[in-house]
Write a protein that binds this ligand. Structure first.
Ligand SMILES: Nc1nc2c(ncn2[C@@H]2O[C@H](COP(=O)(O)OP(=O)(O)O)[C@@H](O)[C@H]2O)c(=O)[nH]1
Ligand SMILES: [Mg+2]
Length: 258
């Protein structure tokens, strides 16, 4: 089997362009694009894709959405499955890609950063911000320079950022597409982010098994307490109701942790 050099997880609200980025890297449509407000019901899909001839596994996830009604079974199932994916992924996570649609910074960006980068990845995984929808900006990176401070004020401190367009736009009379140029540059930026952050990074980021690893070393009881604390944090960050918390725990219990 071809060697897979790293696991890359894309997170962010529905409609921020995660699937489009996957398709851009693939060079063809492999991930379904969401067309309306409601995202498709899924937790994550994974794709092995080459970047400059090296294979990486990309995870297209169902992010947390602004204004989404928590307390639904789907919501608990989604969070539980993502929780399992992130905490037990074989080989660990090499890069977290937080996607947002520019230019406005929504609460969902903050919430997704907090849940995925801070709580689930325990701030141990290199994280980059990918801002899509930037095709009308004269200088794509200017947004990042102008907004970096505001993001940092909200605690969103990525290791790197790329302002891109993940679509080619409408077809013009000459057969070219409106954003072809931006799109090609965007693809190069994403490829560089992956290669720079994953390949050139030492030491290798190990699996974040906050209770898995300690379970073998320390007592079972201790890990239970630790787990409970992390679950509490996620529940708080998702503004879960008491009922939702109970459901979340129920869903987690169904997952074969041990
Ligand atoms: N204008 C523009 N539209 C985009 C961009 N990226 C994605 N889209 C569109 O936004 C919608 C949602 O994209 P999708 O990749 O499905 O987002 P996901 O829900 O995060 O996977 C689709 O209609 C895309 O064509 C972008 O950079 N610019
Ligand atoms: Mg999608």
């Amino acid at each position: 089997m071809t060697e897979i050099l790293g696991n890359i997880i894309l997170v962010g609200e529905t409609g921020t362009g995660k699937s489009s980025i996957i398709n851009m890297i693939a060079g063809t449509k492999v991930a379904p694009i969401s067309d309306g407000a409601a995202g498709c019901i899924f937790e994550y899909h994974s794709y092995v894709l080459p970047v400059h001839g090296r294979n990486f596994r990309f995870f297209d996830t169902a992010g947390l959405n602004e204004g989404e009604t928590v307390g639904t079974v789907e919501h608990s199932v989604t969070i539980s499955k993502l929780y399992k994916l992130i905490t037990r992924l074989d080989g660990g996570i090499h890069l977290l890609m937080l996607c947002m649609r520019g230019p406005r910074i929504k609460n969902a960006t903050h919430q997704n950063w907090k849940i995925f980068h801070e709580i689930l990845c325990k701030k141990q995984v290199p994280s980059v911000l990918v801002v899509t929808g930037m095709e009308n900006e004269e200088n794509l990176d200017k947004w990042w320079w102008n907004n970096r401070g505001a993001l940092e004020d909200q605690g969103i401190c990525p290791d790197d950022a790329a302002c891109i367009t993940a679509v080619r736009g409408r077809t013009l009379r000459d057969g070219c597409r409106a954003f072809d140029d931006h799109y090609e540059k965007s693809l190069a930026k994403i490829q560089n982010l992956v290669l720079n952050r994953v390949l050139l990074r030492t030491p290798h980021i190990n699996k974040i098994n906050w209770f898995y690893e300690v379970a073998q070393k320390i007592s079972f009881q201790w890990t239970k307490i630790r787990e409970a604390k992390e679950i509490q944090k996620i529940a708080d960050a998702c503004y879960m109701s008491t009922e939702e918390r109970a459901r979340f725990r129920e869903e987690l219990a169904k997952i074969d942790i041990w």
